[in-house]
Design a protein around this ligand. Structure first.
Ligand code: ATP
Ligand code: MG
Length: 572
């Protein structure tokens, strides 16, 4: 395979020498960065907000730029402290205490962030829910976690089956003139009236912080519990990988309903005292470029699906905007196709840094760094302090270039502490000889770069060859007519499986036999004969999660006429 290598960037980075740091790194060193190292008093909200609000030189710095179609606001660290204190008092007055699960179910708004920090300040466990969830999805998660409280809006309240959830005795409604009776509280007016001072509830580093349900790409979402100790890794990866520095303006495009939107939309940036941009509303290329320009964003964290959509909007659009402040771009959530990396080079004159991690890992694990060469299509190398390996099904480490289970030596700071209500599932991640087994398939090259191949269950066995769907999808994307591709294995009596590709075409492209043949030949020549899809099917859209991941299990179910399973996280 032809690997395109992009040389290291020039500049003053937080992580200057990867190899050296990776050899000697000790996580306990990071503890010194937090005020609890001296005081012994732990709470992530204090470290992310109050600590800076109490520093004369930081308190007036903008912590949050919030904008959507109707609102355009900014809040300093000092204001964030007061407002989250008001949220904490509001919740405390309603009887919420340490360890209670408090769900946040509302569209992005400043209040969403105050509510999250308010809940953390009283020691509650936050359960973020994506605003597009329908009743079934909301019910499943509240039931599974025995939620005690929820913060929501009048519109979304219609999807919260309050009467069927006996544990859910506190419902904060964020609207106008909310009638207070039974479990219902008027969140906004209580917030406005509440005291803006609050004595933070100090917790143990191992106390619950956040309960995140996974994206549901491969099956029913799992409730992943993270603890305050995770801040160590949020902070350090925000330094090394996001490369956040004094004066940066940072924008993470992920919704807080997903782990990227909390670990790196909230915790990472604020633990490092960075100005954070939040843009509400739906995606449009113009809107996104405008956001980058208007806030003079310097560091931008997004996802392959978004980059692909920007790419298909055409290179002319981006030329209308002044993006000269941008210096660092990152991606997560799905494999980052080499095609997209090369497009980033072209239009932004910057490298897009792929990062690999999962809800379960809580923070970044395998990444590309400014100071390191990028091999387009590789997710990079493990962060210092983390050991990753490719292991076989018995847990033996495999040599370079052998495809196998992507596994991590357990015990990194932000590792999940359990799967809520499902200890058995939790234990199943650690069955191979103490390794944490990710469920992803990958290989490592001679230089220690990791290459994602697909979900273990998605790897295709065709005529005795193992083919990772990602490689085929990436090759398909290089074809000028193709904008998106999802590849599955389809059972075949002769070959075991054959490769079937679902493809969406650029606007204006017509499906013809020639085009089909051309696409097949393109993959055959660019990759290999056995990797070329025997079957091609064209679709206007591919099934995706709301966080933008292609749902191959749904493609497979459609193809084989099987039940599609839990679709709560599927985009409409
Ligand atoms: P579920 O576990 O519910 O099926 P999910 O695995 O998509 O959903 P997440 O925790 O949001 O839920 O996503 C983690 C997965 O996303 C990883 O296991 C991996 O398959 C994929 N992923 C994340 N980042 C990358 C990346 N940089 N390259 C390739 N794949 C990635
Ligand atoms: Mg997963």
């Amino acid at each position: 395979m032809n690997v395109q290598t992009l040389p290291p960037e020039k500049g003053n980075f937080n992580l200057k020498d990867y190899e050296k740091t990776a050899q000697n790194f000790d996580w306990t060193e990071v503890e010194k960065e937090f005020s609890w190292f001296e005081t012994g008093k732990v709470n992530l909200a204090h470290e992310a907000i109050d600590r800076f609000a109490d520093q004369p030189e930081k308190k007036n710095q903008v912590a949050l730029y919030y904008s959507d179609a109707n609102r355009d606001e900014q809040y300093t660290f000092e204001e964030m402290k007061k407002l989250s204190n008001q949220a904490a008092n509001t919740m405390k007055d309603a009887g919420i205490t340490k360890g209670d699960r408090v769900f946040i179910f509302m569209p992005r708004s400043p209040e969403l962030y105050f509510a999250i920090f308010g809940a953390i300040k009283i020691g509650a466990i936050v359960g973020p829910l994506f605003e597009a969830f329908m009743e079934g999805a909301v019910r499943d998660r509240l039931e599974d976690s025995d939620a005690k409280a929820i913060v929501t809006t009048p519109t979304l309240l219609e999807r919260v089956p309050v009467d069927d959830l006996p544990q859910l005795d506190t419902v904060f409604v964020m609207g106008e003139d909310v009638k207070e009776e039974g479990p219902y509280y008027d969140f906004k007016s209580r917030l406005d009236k509440a005291s803006d001072t609050f004595e933070v509830e100090w917790v143990d580093r191992e106390d619950g912080l956040i309960l995140h349900y996974t994206s549901g790409s491969t099956g029913k979402p799992k409730g992943v519990l993270h603890v305050h100790n995770a801040m160590i890794q949020h902070y350090q990866t925000a330094k090394w990988v996001l490369d956040l520095q004094e004066g940066d303006v940072y924008w993470c495009t992920a919704d807080p309903g997903w782990v990227t939107g909390t670990s790196y939309g909230i915790f990472g940036p604020w633990l490092t005292g960075t100005t954070n941009v939040v843009r509400g509303g739906r995606f449009s290329p113009q809107d996104w470029y405008e956001t980058l320009e208007r806030f003079k964003v310097t560091v931008w964290y997004s996802a392959p699906t978004a980059f692909r959509m920007l790419m298909s909007a055409g290179d002319e659009v981006v030329k209308n905007y002044d993006l000269s402040n941008l210096r660092h771009i990152l991606s997560v959530g799905e494999p980052l196709n080499p095609e997209v990396v090369m497009w980033g080079e072209k239009v932004f004159n910057l490298r897009i840094h792929d990062t690999w991690w999962m809800t379960e890992t809580g923070a970044m694990m395998i990444c590309n760094y400014p100071s390191m060469a990028i091999k387009a299509g590789s997710m990079g190398k493990p962060i210092p302090g983390v050991k990753a390996a490719i292991v076989d099904d018995q847990g033996n480490e495999l040599p370079p270039h052998r495809m196998g289970n992507l596994a991590i030596d357990k015990g990194w700071p932000s590792m999940m502490r359990t799967i809520w209500n499902n200890e058995e599932k939790f234990n199943s991640y650690f069955e191979l000889d103490g390794w944490y087994v990710s469920g992803d398939s990958a290989y490592m090259d001679d230089e220690g770069y990791f290459w994602f191949q697909g979900r273990i269950d998605d790897v295709i066995m065709t005529a005795g060859e193992r083919v990772g769907p990602f490689e085929v999808e990436s090759k398909l994307l290089e074809h000028p007519a193709v904008t998106e591709a999802g590849v599955i294995g389809k059972p075949d009596p002769v070959r075991g499986e054959i490769i079937k590709a679902f493809v969406s075409l650029r606007d204006g492209e017509e499906v013809t036999e020639e085009l089909k043949e051309d696409i097949r030949t393109f993959v055959k020549k660019g990759l290999s004969a056995h990797a070329a899809p025997r079957e091609l099917e064209f679709r206007d859209k591919l099934p995706k999660t709301r966080s933008g991941k292609i749902m191959r299990r749904v493609l497979k179910a459609w193809e084989l006429d099987l039940p599609t399973g839990d679709l709560s996280t599927m985009d409409d």
